[in-house]
Design a protein around this ligand. Structure first.
Ligand code: M6R
Length: 614
């Protein structure tokens, strides 16, 4: 959601802030702003729209150097998308500037109290109360004022605060919204996400909930909200600038689709045992007894990660015979889920590791005594830190809002976990070996699927979709490929704004078939497997109603050539592994349709990469 950058002790403050904001553009935002303290003067500027607007218009006249600076990209929650509502928000005397990620849930009460004391508000945001509250509590110590204000806030926040009265201080506080501090030689930087600081320093400290940091030129201190000093845990940031560069690709989404062979190799790297029939998962920390006594697995996630979870259910139930429940985190957190501590394993899947709903569901299940396991991509993210144990996907930084490589990496991680638990139970060495062989072949197979002529075929289909002014799409799949249908539909709708629905193929006749006519493209995932004939029946039913069929099937299957309007083929692999291949043309189709429609592929409207608010 909102992006945060801040610094103290950096020579080129303005440039650092602008480049930091640009690196956070992928998070999703609608306006931006910055504040710099220079010569005891606080200057600020804001703009609606792209960071570019801030750079070339609103902030042009800001001081380039400053002792401290903060900058923000806003994803509107309270209050519309206007310059007034953009951050930073200032106190009444224009001495204090605040940027904030999160939602202050008690802001109406706080605002009413402040207004009754004569404070005049300039925006509709919840954030502005923080600036006025700090001002009210500010005597001569900004850190203390921020700490006291933070104690009065309910909800979530990651904030950075500067004041012209303390030009050599920047204060950060966190409760529920990520903040990372980068420590350099004579400078300190802050960000909501590491891409903003990669290349500046590789020494970082991830702030925990309930912590306040006071950074000055000569160092920093960390406290709890109760003022207890904390020894910071400084870690090495293992990310390179290349990982956030586009290279020759026009968009991050396309780059990340192409990253998949490498990403999946990284997910498996060092985890396959030399004998080839078992895996080694260092972070899993599940004892053999725990794995043997498992009676149920609950997988919790949102969006694309939820689709990966569903594939996990199909795989685990098929291969391990352990019942799996897949839950939307947003629903689970407000239900009263049944947890049997000794019997259950609760798995939380999240690319960012910061999704508010998934995090809340994790805390709720932990509170109920569940043993928790995380599958995250972002190292040291909040979910990764709060689970009992887990597995990183190591897919590399994913910047495109539409998740691609994180999805396939999550599926691979779930397969590794399946083998890990399976080998502690009754999975045969042959089964494990077959699965491992099939998984290890996937990077090479995806590579082949990204060959020029194959891309051209999908571009032709995309051109057709755009030429027909398509407004609706249906995606059908069965078994392991039903979640792929859901994922294909999500990809299409989030970046091309074409309404798309995913369905289990056989459910079509229970409703969606009414939608089918010559204008309705239907993507059918129909690999040659045990239920291929059934899916073929569905295709015949669509064609009988003049539907436009785009079929994804296995190489060598020519039966569909005369029936479907377009046939995309993928290599034959064993059924559980098939989703890793069938999803790739659907990612590409969504990408090319959106691109051909001239849309902002990497920054689709209204969406944010990391959904850190409810
Ligand atoms: O970071 P997470 O995996 O927890 O994110 C979950 C969803 O917000 C995310 O997958 C979203 O659906 C993507 N935009 C899908 O492309």
């Amino acid at each position: 959601m909102c992006g945060i950058v801040g610094c103290i002790g950096i020579e080129d403050t303005w440039n650092f802030l602008i480049s930091g904001l640009k690196r956070l553009e992928y998070r999703g935002y609608d306006s931006a702003g910055m504040a710099i303290v220079h010569d005891h003067q606080l200057s600020s500027c804001k703009a609606v729209g792209e960071v570019h607007n801030l750079e070339v218009e609103s902030c042009e006249s800001m001081p380039r150097r400053g002792s401290v600076g903060i900058a923000h990209t806003r994803w509107a929650t309270n209050g519309g998308v206007t310059v007034k509502n953009a951050h930073p928000h200032l106190d009444g005397s224009n001495e204090i500037a605040v940027i904030h990620n999160g939602i202050v849930e008690n802001y109406e009460i706080l605002r009413a109290v402040l207004e009754s004391e004569g404070v005049e508000f300039r925006s509709e945001t919840d954030t502005e109360v923080i600036a006025h509250l700090i001002s009210k509590l500010y005597e001569d110590d900004l850190t203390e004022a921020v700490r006291l204000a933070a104690k009065e806030l309910r909800g979530t926040f990651g904030i950075l605060v500067v004041s012209s009265r303390e030009p050599d201080t920047i204060v950060a506080a966190r409760m529920g919204s990520p903040l990372v501090m980068g420590i350099g030689d004579g400078f300190t930087v802050f960000a909501s996400d590491t891409p903003a600081i990669i290349g500046r320093t590789n020494q970082v400290m991830y702030m925990n909930d309930g912590e306040v940091v006071c950074a000055r030129r000569d160092g920093y201190r960390v406290y709890t909200l109760d003022k207890t000093p904390i020894s910071p845990k400084v870690e090495a940031l293992d990310q390179k600038l290349e990982s956030i560069e586009l290279g020759d690709f026009p968009h991050y989404m396309l780059k990340e689709i192409f990253d998949q062979p490498q990403a999946l190799s990284m997910t498996m790297r060092g985890r396959i045992r030399p004998e080839g029939n078992d895996v080694h998962l260092g972070g899993a920390r599940l004892t053999v007894d725990e794995m043997r006594s498992l009676k149920r697995i609950i997988i919790v996630a949102c969006g694309t990660s939820w689709h990966a979870s569903l594939i996990g259910k199909y795989i685990i139930e098929d291969l391990l015979r352990i019942p799996v429940e897949v839950e939307y985190a947003s629903e689970l957190r407000y239900r009263n889920p049944i947890v049997r501590p000794g019997d259950d394993l609760a798995i939380f899947i999240s690319q960012s590791g910061e999704t508010a709903d998934t995090l809340a569901a994790l805390r709720e299940l932990k509170r109920k005594g569940a043993r928790t396991f995380g599958i995250c991509n972002v190292v040291n993210s909040t979910i990764a830190r709060e689970v009992h144990s887990g597995l990183y996907t190591h897919a590399g930084i994913e910047i495109g809002v539409a998740s691609t490589k994180a999805f396939t990496a999550q599926v691979v991680a779930l397969m590794l976990l399946t083998i890990h638990i399976g080998r502690a139970r009754d999975m045969s060495s042959f089964m494990a070996e077959d699965l491992i062989d099939a998984m290890q072949a996937v990077p090479r197979l995806i590579d082949q699927m990204l060959a020029k002529e194959r891309l051209e075929q999908i571009q032709t289909i995309a051109r057709d979709v755009v030429a027909r002014s398509t407004r609706n799409f249906l995606y059908l799949g069965r078994g392991f490929n039903f979640p792929v249908a859901l994922e294909g539909a999500l990809k299409m709708k989030e970046i091309s704004y074409i309404h798309a629905e995913g369905y289990p193929a056989a459910e079509m006749k229970h409703g969606p078939i009414a939608l089918i006519d010559e204008e309705m493209p239907v993507v059918v995932i129909a690999p040659r497997d045990r239920i291929y004939d059934k899916v073929m029946n569905n295709i015949q039913q669509i064609k009988a109603r003049k539907g436009h069929v785009i079929a994804v099937t296995t190489e060598g299957n020519t039966e569909l050539d005369t029936i479907a309007d377009h046939v995309i083929t993928v290599p034959q692999v064993m059924a559980p592994v098939m989703p890793l291949l069938t999803v790739v043309p659907l990612q590409l189709l969504a990408y090319y349709v959106a691109d051909m429609k001239g849309l902002e592929v990497d920054k689709p409207r209204n969406l944010a990469k990391s959904v850190t608010v409810e």
